[in-house]
Design a binder for this molecule. Structure first.
Ligand code: COA
Length: 287
């Protein structure tokens, strides 16, 4: 039926191994898992796949495996290097159904701009946007030597957070851009979510795209998404007190200043005071 292997590890534990190459179909994999649990003493079935093997991770998720974490350097690679492993498990009484819907990054309209999921092909634009002196100064937690590897690590981390449901980032593009309708102009996203309560928004724009309302329109679209689809009642936005451009974006998006946190912002040179803003949803959503 399929080349999926189930290895008995003893003590009520077993490991499921997917075949390299072509993946089994969902119904076959579910049948293998159900069959494994016909062994009366099996309690926990685990599967380990490379963290960036999103097709395998999604298949296991659809089969009912819950994400348990990431094991560093767990999987031996053909070139002698090791890869981090995503580990998921199914317990005997778990339903063979996805533990929650698989989160996807939706496309959003943003005042004539489009917010779309990031892609590997965007890496050069991410490097240019994040290696820029303004970005490097104000986003002091970014790697200082911003390379393609840093951009790929950021994409992987972003995808991980989407899968966890803890954050979401979009690439901003302008379908009417003469330089290309799919050219990434910047990044916008939400993070630090307290479900049903609040989240924070953040952004940067490519230096070539600044001063044409990209950050403002993109942020407005994410705020609307946060109040609507995500269902929070409050959105937060923070900027170093001297980051005039970012504060202007925040204020243009209707946020209100509610305080200054001393030494709350981490810029390249160290910690500086941070301006704290928030915006509430409509009365219907804040009730
Ligand atoms: C902050 C940043 C995202 C602004 O992006 P942008 O796309 O140029 O911003 P917008 O064009 O949407 O401008 C929105 C508003 O800010 C104003 N603005 C933008 N840059 C400005 C600047 N350098 N000085 C003063 N005002 C500025 C615009 O005039 C506009 O005001 P308006 O609505 O009254 O017309 C961009 O400068 C950037 O990436 N900076 C480095 C990274 C960063 O600081 N990120 C935020 C960390 S909190």
């Amino acid at each position: 039926m399929s080349n999926v292997a189930v290895l008995d590890l003893g003590g009520g534990r077993a490991e499921l191994r997917l075949p390299p190459g072509a993946l089994p179909v969902l119904t076959d994999l579910r049948a293998v898992v159900a069959d494994a649990f016909t062994a009366p003493d099996l309690h926990c079935l685990a599967a380990y796949v490379a963290v960036d093997s999103w097709a395998e991770r999604r298949l296991l998720h659809e089969t009912g495996f819950a994400r348990d974490g990431v094991l560093r350097d767990w999987l031996p690679g053909p070139d002698g290097r090791r890869a981090d492993a995503w580990v998921g498990t199914v317990l005997r009484d778990d339903p063979l159904e996805p533990p929650h819907p698989w989160p996807e990054v939706p496309e959003l309209e943003a005042g004539g701009l489009l917010l779309r999921p990031w892609r590997d092909a965007d890496v050069p634009r991410i490097v240019e946007g994040c290696a820029d002196a303004e970005s490097q100064h104000w986003l002091g937690q970014m790697p200082a030597a911003y390379t393609s590897d840093a951009a790929r690590a950021w994409l992987q981390d972003s995808a991980e957070r989407v899968a966890e449901g803890t954050a979401m980032n979009w690439a901003v593009v302008d379908p009417g851009d003469p330089d290309g309708p799919d050219l990434a102009l910047g990044s916008v996203g939400w993070f630090d979510l307290t479900a049903d309560v609040d989240c924070e928004v953040g952004y940067w724009t490519h230096p070539d795209a600044r001063g044409r309302g990209v950050a403002r329109r993109a942020t407005e679209a994410v705020v609307a998404h946060a109040f609507g689809t995500l269902g929070v009642r409050r959105v937060r936005a923070f900027a170093a007190v001297d980051n005039v451009a970012s504060r202007r974006v925040i204020e243009a998006c209707g946020f209100e200043l509610y305080g200054i946190e001393r030494l709350g912002a981490w810029v390249r040179d160290g910690h500086v005071d941070m301006a704290l803003y928030d915006r509430m949803g409509s009365p219907a959503t804040t009730a």
